[in-house]
Design a protein around this ligand. Structure first.
Ligand SMILES: Nc1nc2c(c(=O)[nH]1)N[C@H]1C(S)=C(S)[C@@H](COP(=O)(O)OP(=O)(O)OC[C@H]3O[C@@H](n4cnc5c(=O)[nH]c(N)nc54)[C@H](O)[C@@H]3O)O[C@H]1N2
Ligand SMILES: Nc1nc2c(c(=O)[nH]1)N[C@H]1C(S)=C(S)[C@@H](COP(=O)(O)OP(=O)(O)OC[C@H]3O[C@@H](n4cnc5c(=O)[nH]c(N)nc54)[C@H](O)[C@@H]3O)O[C@H]1N2
Ligand SMILES: [Mo]
Length: 755
């Protein structure tokens, strides 16, 4: 629980500004790293320095600008923290005791310092030598009846070099079981877009924001989760570019923002209005909005105006007609009901889109985490295709990714559904035959644990048990495993909900120097806009007993695969040859990797749709359908509310920095439920009422979270929101998008149970 008294007070100031500056100072102080942290901040996203460990938004021309980002500073301060978790700490606290502590408390204990193994007799973690830890992993993996009985998780902070070697190790071992954080995140982008435009990535680069004539930000809380993007939005607004924000929550930074970079604004307490059009959408109403906009376009086209880009459509696309026929047949009354947006505002949105000769559509978890996440992403592509908004300056689709290298990890092989062509390259480059069947994504991995077929779970980063749905049942699933391995920086719940045997393997973090026998090494990451850059830590490692992630992967492989075809030992000291192998496996995008990475600004991986080249089977951009207006199952229960599980301003995924959520006016509490006063009153509840929430599920299992305080908040009707991961117990494991496997964490059907 939080120390202070819970307090709720609407926040009416602009986001950013002095509040952000103060929050940065506060977190450096809390972690006792004012001098060290401030110095490290100067090297973050600078040539010769390291990449911010927080989000995946690219940094602007890093040679010119010292960017300020409150949440980047928090991520760094928590990584650079003065606090340490030592063997004495574990001697003092049993795992049962630690499990009584909050996620916040666990995080605040600091950095792990040496490898540990779980000792069942004393219910404690005790020290283990690195060699013995690797031998334990090798012994378990070699003893499995099938390589498919192990699950190899990756979280997106892992750099390219470690992720690439991990993907090779696991494939040589013999499985494609690669559950990863992307499976819960932008997988609908990675799986939804390739059949449409040929790539599962965004087509926009940072410079496009300077040429855009309209920007849509759909289902993404920019000021909190990709604060550096606020600079681009502010600049666009100052040029008079309309910005349309679509969200069931009027997120503060999307309404008004003060640039901490802007000295005049800071000094005068000035700010910039961001959204020229705020679209207060119902949860899951985005499909109806998009179709409403298309309907306006098709109707005006039919009335004789030229709205569509006909040359582009005929030269580059297939399938527009069937989309048009469906859209024009839709009723405005249904569109308005499902979106919650009146026809006049949908027409204004369409008008903004039609007037703009170059439009960018950005989107986040508010789009992907629905039952039809993948096909919804395709509708965004459809909307863009209609006006040729691909392959020209200032236009394109821009998924805003989460973890700093989540996109890169996929590019270099963390993929449970690898293509046959890629597997052929792996075979040719490394000389072993990789497995050809698809492996498990995150949900399938948990299902395998439930069945008892999964025996070993290895996590390269992350906090799997807190990130996945159905907390209670997922904990039970994890506890059935024979061995769990966490390759990690800081203590988290995933270390305490473990298998019969368990290992904690602490690593050198992003901001820290990697020194090997061959000297100082750097790693590389790929941001949300496909720029690959080098990252060189500047701080001394938190402890002398940490190992770099690359070495851990190599030594797991050596302990598991004595007859390996891969020269694992040779990759431990020098990371250059790893990049040469990446270049061999991905010759079309990573040509001359080692040479290009010397450029301080990095380099851009080719995205063919930027050249109007479509790597789809038919060589065209395809309009792909999602009939109707619903992106989630319709629940026939008048008590039903749609719950979005979201991030506060003071957390990074499962890492809780504090119990405050400044921009939403919540202090010292995370057990809150944001609800409109109308929906509250309709349920006969007082503001501030204590309630429980229960999932309306199909499987007869009761999923309930107690002790939530209802806060009056300008939510769209029928929509409620609360925090991830506290509300994950409400998300059924089988409630996901079929195409991507992504849990529908933004649209859980729930009802209020008065306390
Ligand atoms: N500081 C910080 N930065 C982060 C993270 C973090 O936790 N903290 N996490 C990182 C990761 S891994 C990711 S994936 C990203 C996540 O960044 P975001 O994509 O911003 O994720 P969320 O906070 O989960 O919620 C997104 C928004 O979707 C809105 N929303 C909910 N339902 C709907 C809907 O049906 N339609 C629409 N249009 N909107 C909806 C919510 O109100 C919220 O504003 O951020 C990354 N960056
Ligand atoms: N209900 C609900 N569930 C969700 C979401 C949601 O919006 N709602 N969002 C989903 C999304 S978008 C995502 S991406 C996932 C996130 O799932 P994960 O990526 O698994 O979770 P994180 O909280 O980012 O992981 C934090 C842990 O990573 C470790 N770590 C940090 N830095 C490093 C490093 O440099 N190296 C290594 N090896 N380890 C490190 C630390 O131990 C830290 O505790 O959660 C998903 N779950
Ligand atoms: Mo994410």
């Amino acid at each position: 629980m939080a120390d202070g008294k819970a307090r709720y007070a609407p926040y009416n100031s602009p986001a950013g500004g002095w509040g952000a500056a103060a929050a940065t100072a506060k977190v450096l102080l809390e972690q006792s790293v004012v001098t060290k942290g401030s110095r490290a901040l100067l090297a973050m996203n600078q040539p010769g320095g390291f990449k911010c460990p927080s989000c995946a938004f690219p940094d602007a021309d890093c040679t010119k600008k010292l960017e300020f980002c409150e949440n980047g500073a928090k991520a760094l301060a928590h990584e650079a923290t003065k606090f340490r978790v030592t063997r004495d700490f574990f001697a003092q606290h049993s795992v049962t005791e630690l499990n009584e502590k909050s996620d916040y408390w666990l995080e605040m204990q600091g950095r792990l310092t040496e490898p540990m193994r779980y000792d069942a007799a004393s219910d404690r973690y005790v020290p283990i030598a690195w060699d013995d830890a690797f031998a334990t992993i090798g012994r378990h993996l070699r003893a499995l009846d099938s390589p498919d009985h192990a699950e190899f998780y990756t979280s997106g902070r892992t750099p390219n070099e470690a992720a690439f070697l991990y993907s090779i190790f696991v494939r040589e071992f013999g499985t494609n079981n690669f559950p990863d954080c992307s499976n819960m995140c932008h997988e609908p982008t990675s799986r939804g877009l390739p059949p449409a435009i040929g790539v599962g990535k965004g087509t926009v680069v940072l410079e496009d924001f300077e040429h855009a004539e309209a920007i849509f930000v759909i289902g993404q809380n920019t000021g909190t989760n990709s604060p550096r993007m606020m600079t681009n939005l502010v600049e666009a607004r100052k040029r008079g570019v309309p910005i349309v924000a679509v969200n069931p929550m009027p997120e503060r930074a999307l309404i008004r923002f003060t640039e901490p970079q802007d000295i005049v604004q800071m000094a005068t307490f000035g700010s910039t209005p961001i959204a020229s059009e705020f679209v207060h959408i119902r949860i899951g109403g985005d499909l109806a909005l998009i179709k409403g906009m298309m309907k306006v376009m098709f109707e005006r086209e039919a009335a004789g105006e030229t709205i569509l880009d006909h040359d582009f459509l005929s030269e580059h696309t297939v399938g527009m007609e069937s989309i048009r026929d469906e859209v024009v047949s839709l009723d405005w009354a249904d569109i308005v009901r499902v979106s919650g947006i009146d026809e006049a505002q949908i027409r204004r949105c369409a008008e903004i889109y039609i007037r703009s000769k170059a439009t960018i559509i950005c989107y986040g978890m508010g789009i992907t985490q629905h039952r039809e996440g993948s096909r919804l992403v395709r509708q965004i592509a459809n909307l863009l295709l209609l006006r040729g908004n691909f392959g020209k300056p200032g236009a394109g689709i821009s998924p805003i990714r989460g973890h700093s290298n989540v996109q890169g990890d996929r590019t270099v092989g963390i993929d449970e559904k690898p293509s046959q062509a890629y597997l052929d390259r792996v075979r040719d480059v490394f000389g072993f035959e990789p497995p050809r069947d698809y492996g498990h994504h995150t949900v399938e991995a948990v299902e395998a644990m439930h069945r008892g077929t999964a025996k070993v779970f290895i996590a390269l980063g992350g906090n799997f048990v807190r990130a996945i749905p159905d907390t209670e049942r997922s904990y039970a699933a994890m506890r059935k495993l024979d061995l769990t391995v966490a390759i990690t920086t800081k203590l988290n719940r995933g270390h305490l909900i473990h298998g019969k045997e368990a290992l904690l393997l602490p690593v050198v973090a992003r901001s820290e120097r990697i020194e090997t026998e061959a000297g100082e090494q750097f790693v590389t990451i790929e941001d949300s806009m496909s720029n690959v850059t080098a990252s060189r830590g500047v701080l001394a490692p938190a402890s002398p007993d940490l190992l770099p992630e690359v070495e851990i992967v190599c030594r797991m492989a050596m302990a598991t695969l004595p007859d390996s075809k891969v020269p694992w030992a040779s990759y431990i000291a020098d990371y250059g040859p790893i990049r040469d192998k990446i270049a061999e496996v991905y010759p079309s995008i990573y040509t001359d990797f080692s040479k290009h990475i010397e450029n301080p600004a990095g380099f851009h991986l080719d995205i063919p749709p930027r050249r109007r080249v479509w790597p789809t089977p038919n060589g065209k951009a395809n309009f792909l359908p999602l009939p109707g207006l619903e992106v989630n199952d319709v629940v026939d229960d008048p008590a039903m509310l749609r719950l979005a599980t979201v991030r506060s301003h003071d957390q990074f995924n499962t890492t809780i920095y504090s119990y405050n959520d400044r921009y939403r006016g919540v202090y010292n509490d995370r057990m809150v439920l944001f609800m409109s006063a109308e929906d509250r009153a309709a349920r006969g509840l007082e503001a501030g009422a204590r309630i429980a929430l229960e999932t309306i599920a199909r499987d007869g299992i009761t999923r309930r979270v107690e002790g939530l305080t209802v806060i009056d908040y300008p939510m769209s009707r029928g929509a409620v929101a609360g925090y991830y991961p506290e509300l994950n117990p409400l998300l059924p494991l089988d409630y996901y998008d079929e195409i991507s496997g992504t849990p529908a964490a933004k649209s859980i059907p729930v009802k209020v149970i008065a306390a």
